[in-house]
Design a protein around this ligand. Sequence first.
Ligand code: AMP
Length: 397
Amino acid sequence: MKLLSIKECDIFQKKVFIRCDFNVPTDDFGNITDDRRIRSALATIKYCLDQKCAIILASHFGRPKAGVFSEEDSLAHVARRLHQLLKVDVILASDVVGEDAKTRAANLADGEILLLENLRFEAGETKNDPAFSAQLAALAEVYINDAFGVSHRAHASVAGITEHFDTAHKAAGFLLLKEIEFFDILLDNPVRPFVAIIGGSKVSGKLEALINLLPKVDKVLIGGGMAFTFLKAMGYDIGNSLVEDDLIPEAIKIMEEAKELGVKFYLPVDVVAAETFAPDAMSRLVSAQEIPHSWMGLDIGPATVRLYRQVLADVQTILWNGPMGVYEMERFARGSNKIAHFVADSYATTVVGGGDTADLVQRIGLDEEMSFISTGGGASLELLEGKVLPGVKPLMV
Ligand code: AMP
C-alpha cells in the first residue's frame, strides 16, 4: 500500500482544501509562543500557491465549546502569523461552513488563501458527522491532509471528508508524507543497531508501543516514571516512586520476551530520588536498589547516564519517545538533557516522538540536530503501536 502524494495529484488551478494542524501553543494574551506547527505546513501551502490553486485552509484550535463562537478560540492569530510568514493575504472566514465561508470559498480566485474558522466550533467535527463532512467537502475540488497531529482521530475533517473525493482528488501533503515516511523506515527498515529510548510517566501509556517495538529493535533503554514498574517487577524496593502495580505481570512479560528475542533491555541503575514531588524537594542520588522508603525517583542518575551513553555509542538508528525524568523541574531535568545531547551528537538517524520529548529537545536548542522531530505526540505513538491512522488509511492505495 502506498500513500497518495500531493506531488502525484493534479491540483493545477484547482480549489484545494488543506487540513492543517494549527493548534499552536499560546500565552495568556493569545500570542503564539511556538509557531513550529504553522511553519511545518508552509511547504504544502507554497506548493499549492505555485500550482495556482485557490487554497482553503482548515484547522482546529484548543477545545472550544462546540456550536458556539468564542473570540479566544478564533483562528485570527493564526491568520496573522500565516500572513507574516507567507507574505500573502490570508482571508479569515467568520464561520466554518456557514454563509460567509461558503460564499468566500465559492468566489476564491487562484492564488488566494481562505482560512476557515476553528473546525471545533462545529459539533460535527469531533463526531465525524457525515453531514458536516459533506459540507466541508463541498467547498473544494481536491482534499489534502497535512495534519499529522490529528490524523489518529476519526474526525470529520480528517476522516469523513475523504469519502467525498476519489483517489485522483485526495492526497497527503508534504508534512504528512514526511512523518509517515520516517516512521515507515524506522519500523520496517531501520539501519541497525536500532535502539528505542522509551520514557515518560507510565507503562500503560507506552505498553502497546513497547510490545510492537520489541521484535523490531536491538536495544531498549527505559527511563522516566515507567522504569519503576519494571524495577519493582524485578523485586526492588522503589519507595514512593510512580508505579502501576497492575502492570507488573506485563512488565515481567516484556522483559522475558526481550530476553527471548535477544533484545538488550536496559533499566536505570541509579536515580535522583526526592522526598516530595516538588521543584525544591530535598533530593539525593541513590542506586536503583536503594531508594529510601517513602522517597521517589524523579530522574535517572549519573551512572545510568554514563551507561546509556555507552549503549548509544555504536547505534545507527535512535527512536526517542518520553523524557527520562520530571524534566519540567530543573532539578530533575539533567538526565533528559544529557540523553538529548548524546542523541544529538550521535551519527545515527535520530527520530524524536512528539509531545514532551519534542518540547524538551526544543527547550535546550537541540531540535536542529535531530534527523526528525515528529509534530504529533498521540499520532506518532499510534504509529509505534503498529496502527494505521484513520486519517491516513483513506489516502492509501
Ligand atoms: P508521557 O506523557 O507518558 O510521555 O510522560 C511525560 C511526563 O512524565 C512528564 O510530564 C514528566 O514529568 C513525567 N515523568 C518523567 N519521569 C517521571 C518520574 N520519575 N516520576 C513521575 N513523573 C515522571
